[in-house]
Design a binder for this molecule. Structure first.
Ligand code: PNS
Length: 162
């Protein structure tokens, strides 16, 4: 059983994330989408809200599940006997930070391999922060987040400005 973990803030999950999840689900027996703590960020959505959005977005993918963890990713991997970390790369600018994290995770858990999947060209510009900004300023986030959760995310972001 090959298990991969796809960690991130997912604040909120976008169609770019979902594309990476779908592609990883074809490469591994099991994929866990892990809402993780990024000490450099203050999330807009609660962990429970982010998990709820992810769970609805992955409902049609039988070998994908969602979880949350506030500790070190390397410790979570060992707990779940996962051997791969999935990361999506959008641009060269993502690479230095991601490479640093891959090396740190390899030091903390030598069994862990970080696998980078290249974003599709149509998703290169997309990020959770862009979605939050567009939604909070009253723009439509249609087509930027999974369709099942579009209305709920739009409403939550719009409540922020009203
Ligand atoms: O979506 P993000 O915010 O870019 O994801 C970053 C994240 C959450 C994957 C990273 O901060 C992380 O792995 N956090 C877990 C804590 C940890 O293990 N930190 C050391 C990683 S080298």
């Amino acid at each position: 059983m090959r298990t991969a973990v796809y960690p991130g803030s997912f604040d909120p999950i976008t169609i770019g994330h979902l594309d990476i999840i779908e592609r990883a689900s074809r490469l591994f027996d099991q994929v866990i989408v892990l809402v993780s703590r990024n000490p450099d960020k203050s999330p807009f959505f609660t962990v429970d809200a982010r998990l709820g959005f992810i769970s609805r977005a992955i409902a049609a993918l039988p070998n994908v599940s969602a979880d949350a963890f506030s500790g070190l990713l390397a410790d979570y991997l060992k707990q779940r006997k996962a051997t791969a970390i999935i990361k999506g790369l959008r641009a060269v600018s993502d690479f230095e930070y991601e490479f640093q994290m891959a090396l740190a995770n390899k030091t903390l858990d030598p069994a862990a391999e970080t696998i980078f999947l290249a974003a599709q060209a149509k998703n290169m510009y997309l990020s959770s922060s862009l979605v939050r900004q567009i939604g909070a300023l009253g723009g439509s986030i249609k087509g930027l987040v999974p369709v099942e959760i579009e209305n709920d995310i739009q409403t939550a972001l719009q409540e922020e400005i009203s």
